[in-house]
Design a protein around this ligand. Structure first.
Ligand SMILES: N[C@@H](CCC(=O)N[C@@H](CS)C(=O)NCC(=O)O)C(=O)O
Length: 331
């Protein structure tokens, strides 16, 4: 997703393969996935047609758009701030990381990469402070913390930055071995396998997904969609191999590293399905992953880490308006 920029970048990442809708590939997919689904998507999108492009954060309460910094730490669980701020649930802590272990997360609410980090922190039950970064006007803290990529998420642990979501998840696992479950298995080979599939999610699934946006040419577009679904199919096979007899989690007995990495993409998958009609994970094509996705969404830690679907859909609406995308109903 690194090629995508600023506000556009954010909305594209959330929308995922949304651009495919504009091409014949998207139409083929919608047809393949059936009329009832199309109706569902159109209903979910409501008055998408002709909606004015607005700043991505528009619509949130102006004064307390995000709980930030200390305010987030002090926010009472389940209180007013929680309603106002999609991220407030994970700004509120459970266990503490301990003195000198202060954790701060720099993020942008709709980011799938952020979901990974927040989900990992939730699983470990760690206290953290969440700072929402405006990616159109990056703050000094982000620029100083991630001067190479200038991207979120960044985890600051006692002031020291760790960048790149997958590395952050690994870092959290290593830095807090006594808190919550271990994400990576103890067995060296199994660890390598988990890291392999974690890398695959970004290198193959996400990069193919990104490829759908990179082209407007119908054939290339269809190929990118095909590769995206093929990557998901490969992950279905990986799940069968990694999840043991229980067939519940990539981590075997419980949620593991690949569950966290792929789990970060679940909100984007849901939006993509509702807004566009492309099912990265499909009960017919990838039944194990489809059941896994439902299992993931039911976890409290996942609920706390994921941004609200309606706001993601709102973002998708703005993005589609920006690119003058016509939904099937408006064609
Ligand atoms: N590989 C990075 C990707 C992070 C990323 O792409 N973050 C986006 C937001 S979802 C970002 O910060 N974009 C800002 C920019 O590209 O300038 C990771 O896993 O953390």
């Amino acid at each position: 997703m690194q090629m995508l920029g600023s506000g556009w970048r954010r909305s594209k990442e959330v929308l995922g393969a949304g651009e495919a809708v504009g091409g014949a590939a998207g139409q083929r997919h919608r047809r393949a996935q059936g009329e009832p689904f199309r109706r569902q998507a159109v209903a979910a999108l409501g008055a998408w047609k002709g909606g004015a492009a607005a700043p991505l954060d528009a619509g949130a309460p102006p004064s307390r758009r995000w709980l930030q910094g200390k305010e987030a730490q002090a926010a009472p669980s389940g209180g007013e701030g929680r309603k106002a701020n999609p991220r407030s649930t994970h700004s509120i802590s459970m266990a503490t990381a301990g003195s000198g272990d202060e954790l701060k997360v720099l993020g942008a609410w709709a980011s799938p990469f952020l979901v990974r980090v927040l989900f990992a922190l939730q699983l470990k039950g760690l206290r953290y402070e969440y700072v929402e970064v405006d990616l159109k006007e990056k703050n000094e803290l982000l620029l100083a913390s991630n001067p190479v990529h200038k991207k979120i998420p960044v985890l600051l642990h006692a002031g020291k930055p760790v960048c790149e979501s997958q590395l952050i998840v690994q870092y959290i696992d290593e830095a807090f071995p006594a808190s919550g479950p271990s994400f990576l298995p103890a067995d060296t080979h199994a660890r390598a396998v988990a890291r392999f599939w974690g890398a695959y999610v970004d290198d193959k699934l996400l990069s193919s997904w990104k490829g759908i946006f990179a082209t407007k040419d119908e054939e290339e577009n269809a190929e990118a969609v095909r590769q995206t679904l093929a990557a998901a199919d490969a992950l279905e096979g990986a799940f069968r191999e990694c999840s043991g007899e229980k067939l519940e989690w990539f981590g075997g007995d419980g949620v593991g590293y690949v569950d966290i990495v792929l789990g970060g993409l679940v909100p984007s998958m849901n939006v993509l399905e509702l807004a566009v009609g492309i099912k990265v994970v499909d009960p017919d094509r990838t039944p194990l992953l489809a059941a896994w996705k439902d299992r993931f969404c039911a976890l409290d830690a996942a609920k706390a880490a994921m941004p609200p679907l309606d706001r993601l859909l709102e973002n998708a609406k703005k993005y589609l308006a920006e690119i003058s995308f016509k939904t099937p109903a408006s064609k």
